[in-house]
Design a protein around this ligand. Sequence first.
Ligand code: AMP
Ligand code: MN
Ligand code: MN
Ligand code: MN
Length: 283
Amino acid sequence: MPEAACYRKVDLHSHSNFSDGRLSPTELVDLAVEQGVTLFSLTDHDTLDGLPEARQRAKEHQLSFLNGVELSTQWKGIPLHMVALNFDPNNAALLSIVQKNQHIRLDRARCIADLLVKQGLPDLFDEAVALAGNSQLGRPHFATLMVEKGLVKDANKAFDRYLGNKRLGSLRDVWPELDVVLGMLKDENMALILAHPKRYPLTVTKLKRLLADFKAWGGTAMEVASGNERPDHVRLMERLSQEFALNASVGSDYHGPFGPWTQVGRFTQIHESEVDLVWRDWV
Ligand code: AMP
Ligand code: MN
Ligand code: MN
Ligand code: MN
């Protein structure tokens, strides 16, 4: 039996309240342990700030923990997320990308608020900033406020009508280009993982173009399961990971007990023996 076989419960994609998740890093790690997870990563959007707390709590539980982050980027005008794992939190290139994205988040939030005002909604900027506090400000904060004020029925409606990529117009394209981000990070000793490939508005032909670019620019892995996708979708991602020589990663993308998210440690089963697991070298 390979050593990795004892890591039955791996979750390498999750969010705390340092970005748009509900739980603190401590609460999140406690939940991961409760769910039987044995290898875990916190991957908040564009911030490393929750990692020390999560790492400390993981240590208290003797849970294997990897530093993680989910970076916002774009490819051919399409917003894409990539997860970086297993890095030194003082990595200068990574810190500069994170810092840049944090500025973009604030500027973009101002523009999103203006866009909503143009559509007849109140100016939500100050309240969104206050609601986010120390966490990375994002569209979910606007969605929460819109629900609270009775402007929409639920967060899904807020994204459908106002905040989704289709509604954002040119505000979709604010993130750094994927080739630039990968170029800055690729010589570092970390996994560079394309997050939830099935969630982008891409045909399989276009997704293959993305994967070819991702690999050529220094990407090392892709998520093959990141929630409750259909098994045939996971199958396809597994085949593509082999075709493009990208390691396979998995995660729940847990944000909290709301919306479409699965529980920590839960995602559609993968065929571990048929892919190259991204965590194989770390266990
Ligand atoms: P941002 O980081 O500001 O671009 O916001 C993206 C985040 O919004 C994602 O990471 C999800 O957590 C959340 N999100 C995206 N689509 C939806 C949706 N339809 N309903 C609720 N939350 C969503
Ligand atoms: Mn999110
Ligand atoms: Mn994402
Ligand atoms: Mn995520």
